[in-house]
Ligand binder design. Sequence first.
Ligand SMILES: Cc1cc2nc3c(=O)[nH]c(=O)nc-3n(C[C@H](O)[C@H](O)[C@H](O)COP(=O)(O)O)c2cc1C
Length: 260
Amino acid sequence: MIFYFSGTGNSRHAAFSLARSDEKIFNIADLMKESSLPSFDPDEGEAVGFVCPVYFCDLPLMMQDFMKKVSFSIVPSYIYAVFTCGGLSGLCQEKAESLLAENRLKLNAAWEVHMVANYVVMYDIPSEEDQQKTLQEAEMQLALIKDEIWEESDHKITISSQARALTEQMAPIYLEAVKTHKFWIDDTCVGCGTCASRCPVQAITMLDGYPSWNTGKCQHCMCCIRCGAVEYGTTTHGRKRYTHPDLRKKKAAGDNAHCH
Ligand SMILES: Cc1cc2nc3c(=O)[nH]c(=O)nc-3n(C[C@H](O)[C@H](O)[C@H](O)COP(=O)(O)O)c2cc1C
């Protein structure tokens, strides 16, 4: 059983790559829409996985909330987490460990997987060629992790003291960045509503035909900014946007309304 959160498709892809045939895969954003979470029912000995992106060396807020609330009919015998990131998962493992422990669950293993860094607010998105290379390497790593999960490995991410110092400074910035007042639309916005319908957490409403962002719901996942008419602050204008190829295929197949 795998639970994932994803903004631009990397973690969704990782969850599907890690799943064994017939394994249940849940999108946390869909589960959290409901007023209460069901109790999940893993089989005896079934692994339970949590897969999500890294935001400012921390977990997405929704994943944090979910880890505190999730409940199971039997205590899962093996729990793991996989963090997809551009290069540094920072405090994610420790945060997941402590949130699950609060919920009387034990994190047995964790991995970070380097995928394409999608945070267009801070940097340029890599070229198509570099993206392909990164995703091919990630695919190989995911295949190895899948085997390790099967063997119930106790793999943990090691974090250097330098990385720890950096991450402790970064995590509070997420709480500031997640406020939505810096989103805006340029004059190419036609009010089609795709950003609102794609948003995994329904943080966008269409007001007078144009998108309006809701602080409190937004995870800062960069799903909406996949549309070139959406901008954030002063840095994104003119920058290419990132979408994992799985979601591009969905769009090409006519599934334009929902990226999840
Ligand atoms: C707000 C934000 C903050 C990010 N911070 C980090 C970070 O601290 N370290 C890192 O390696 N990648 C960081 N990234 C990159 C993402 O973790 C990475 O691209 C991830 O695979 C995206 O997953 P998704 O496609 O499932 O949304 C950040 C991305 C966003 C949107």
